[in-house]
Design a protein around this ligand. Structure first.
Ligand code: PHE
Length: 350
């Protein structure tokens, strides 16, 4: 080895000893084997050498270059290990042998009832649709045969947003979009529209044991040729007896909603007091559970469906109320209260 090569090598080894992080290591790499590095520089001296000398000197420089590379790699590995050790020492103690905390969360009673209804309707061929909570005036009212000045708007103390949109006051706000989504399959392929769409609704209500400003409904629609009120009653009764696991007494009263004609209120006998009368049923023995009716021709038209050819029913099931009935919850405010002690007592098999 020529004295010059030896000197470069020794200098490199000494400098490597002092390297304590990756940045310094990279610097050293560039300093020695970069384009203008000491090792590369050695080759400049070759010009003055004979061919034979060039060969040995070239080999010598190459060997040195490889050695430098190997030593750099070794150091890199050493530094990486140190970094990991340091990282680990900063981590909190983590003992994988400690048994897991078996206290698990629980589903909200409304989620439980919603899923159960979804299963029943899915088994009857309905699709489950999701829809936004912020909707337009058109979707929530106009498309449902409730023009700007219609008094029916007063019943739905609506929260309007600054931009003219609103928080949906009923799940019916999704009807128009769903008719439009499925109308082609109905008209061209004869596929009945059968959809349910659960959702959170908002109304500016004063809260008490049976009123909340935030509650859940589950809307359902079915449109085809020759759909009648009997179809509606059949689906409602089937769903309710599945949810409550027994035959449920229902009654239909006339009800007014501009988007159905005729319109009804479907009541079930109060399951909390057994029909005798209590605060939850306003002492009537009956609970308004599901307004419903035959879809108004104007509403079908707005959805792009010819009302002379097709008919359908719609219902707006009060999911919150249904959950209260099913689980015997007396105060609606408990559902939005967020108390885990209250909410975690409900399970699907009650
Ligand atoms: N959207 C109505 C409400 O919440 C309920 C309803 C739905 C009535 C479907 C008839 C048909 O007031």
């Amino acid at each position: 080895m020529t004295p010059k090569t030896l000197e470069v090598k020794q200098n490199f080894c000494a400098a490597l000893e002092n390297v304590s992080n990756m940045e310094q290591l990279e610097q050293l790499r560039v300093e020695y084997i970069g384009k203008k590095g000491y090792v590369t520089d050695l080759l400049k001296d070759m010009k003055s050498l004979s061919n034979e000398e060039k060969k040995t000197f070239g080999q010598e420089v190459n060997i040195l270059k490889n050695e430098v590379n190997d030593k750099l790699a070794e150091k890199r590995e050493e530094l990486r290990k140190k970094e990991i050790e340091l990282e680990n020492s900063r981590m909190p103690e983590f003992d994988i042998s400690i048994p897991a905390d078996l206290k698990r969360g629980s589903y909200h009673p409304i989620t439980l009832v919603q899923r159960q209804c979804e299963e029943v309707f899915k088994s009857m061929g309905f699709v489950v649709e999701d829809y936004s909570e912020i909707v337009t005036d058109y979707e929530c009212f106009e498309a449902l045969n409730i023009p700007k000045t219609h008094p029916a708007r007063d019943m739905q103390d609506t929260y309007y947003l600054g931009n003219g949109q609103l928080l949906k006051s009923h799940t019916s706000a999704a009807q128009n979009a769903i008719y439009k989504k499925y109308k082609d399959a109905l008209i061209n392929e004869g596929k009945a529209i059968k959809a349910i769409f659960p959702g959170r609704c908002f109304r500016n209500e004063a809260t008490d044991a049976c009123h909340e400003n935030t509650f859940f409904q589950m809307e359902g629609i079915m449109v085809d040729k020759n759909i009648s009120i009997s179809n509606l009653i059949f689906f409602m009764k089937t769903m309710l007896s599945e949810v409550f696991k027994k035959d449920i007494k229902v009654r239909l009263r006339p009800g007014f909603f501009p988007f159905v004609e005729p319109g009804f209120e479907l009541d079930i006998s109060c399951l909390i007091c057994g029909g005798e009368g209590c605060p939850s049923c306003k002492h009537s023995g009956w609970l308004e559970l599901c307004p419903c009716g035959m879809i108004h021709p104007e509403v079908l038209k707005a959805g792009g469906i010819d009302p002379d050819e097709y008919t359908g029913f719609a219902f707006g099931l009060g999911l919150t109320r249904l959950a209260m009935m099913k689980f015997g919850i007396k105060d609606i405010r408990d559902l939005n209260g967020g108390s885990l002690k209250t909410l975690s007592q409900f399970t699907d098999d009650k």
